[in-house]
Design a protein around this ligand. Structure first.
Ligand code: CDT
Length: 313
């Protein structure tokens, strides 16, 4: 027995600072239609897929910052994506900057949504915000996610979608095993994520030459240890002078990469994913209910930082 769903990754090349939302959406639509032609049921777009990766710039004027955020979804610029999703019978994951004015408080989130057949199925707000909040004028670019975004308040969600269970996370979340585990504990068979990863970290260049390796290592480990397909989609290439990692991929529950982008531009890759493979691994090697020993894992939620060793003689 098999349960095949064809998944696509819709990698984007750079987005210019002055590129309009309409122009980016036209690029996304082209990728979506191409993926449909390749048999895809759903396509995963990058993190902050509607704009340049603006946290690389220090802005003092809040209006300059807020121009990068969406106040509603869909909105006139993004509605064509929802219409195409309905027309093509397809789903998509889209990352964008969200300005939420609910409860009388303005909040800024690094957000992704899962849409199927024109309807929002799920929303996620990024939990692990990397970088810094202070201005570092000596650096060639900034990474101000800690300044421009609030920590996500929706948790790591998973939803019934695409004949299986799909979960979402965003970029830096993929480096943290807790992300995948919380999704795995909801039975996620597909994990969708988008990323913007500079290949050079000015204040921590020691691992620059391994950025591609660490990208895939994290996602392959998360896929294997949680018996899920992972679709990771880059915004790639040189954007506003900053080189962004490519390497968009689709990973099987075995941990193997089964589709890999070969360019640093707009590109679609697809893979036929048998979700029964995910179920099989969840019932054997990674049968959580049978093998996890939760009374031994307390430290994971008791402390964020390391504590004194607790080993016994
Ligand atoms: N967008 C994002 O989360 N990027 C980070 C790089 C942060 S470097 C300060 C990543 O983990 O890929």
């Amino acid at each position: 027995m098999s349960r095949i769903v064809t998944l696509a990754s819709g990698q984007l090349g750079p987005i210019a600072r002055d590129e309009s939302r309409q122009s980016v959406v036209a690029r996304l639509l082209e990728l979506m239609r191409e993926a449909k032609g390749m048999g895809a049921r759903a396509i995963v777009f990058p993190e902050l897929a509607l704009t340049s990766f603006f946290p690389r710039w220090y802005f003092e004027d809040q209006a300059d910052i807020d121009a990068f955020y969406e106040r509603e979804m869909p909105n006139p610029a993004t509605r064509p994506l929802f219409e195409a999703s309905e027309e093509l019978g397809m789903g998509f994951y889209l990352g964008y900057a969200e300005l939420d004015g609910g409860n009388g408080q303005t909040r800024h989130y690094n957000t992704s949504i899962l849409v199927d057949r024109g309807r929002i199925v799920g929303k996620y707000r990024k939990v692990h915000l990397p970088g810094h909040a202070d201005h570092r004028p000596e650096a060639p670019f900034q990474h101000l996610e800690k300044r421009y975004f609030d920590v996500g308040n929706l948790g790591f969600g998973a939803w019934h979608a695409f004949d299986g269970i799909a979960g979402m996370c965003i970029c830096n979340d993929r480096r943290w095993p807790e992300t995948y585990r919380v999704l795995g504990l909801q039975g996620a068979e597909m994990i969708f994520l988008g990323y913007n990863t500079p290949t050079h970290i000015p204040w921590e260049p020691i691992y620059d030459h391994l950025s591609d390796f660490h990208n895939h290592l994290s996602m392959q480990a998360g896929a294997y240890q949680n018996s899920a397909f992972v679709v990771g989609t880059a915004k790639a290439g040189v954007e506003e002078g900053c080189d962004l990692l490519a390497g968009s991929c689709i990973i099987a529950p075995s941990g193997e990469i089964i589709a890999l982008a070969t360019t640093r531009e707009d590109e679609v890759i697809v893979a036929r994913c048998d979700l029964e493979l995910s179920r099989h691994n969840k019932e054997h090697m990674f049968n959580f209910a049978q093998h996890r020993q939760i009374d031994q894992y307390g430290l994971i939620t008791e402390t964020a930082g390391a504590v004194e060793p607790r080993g016994r003689p």
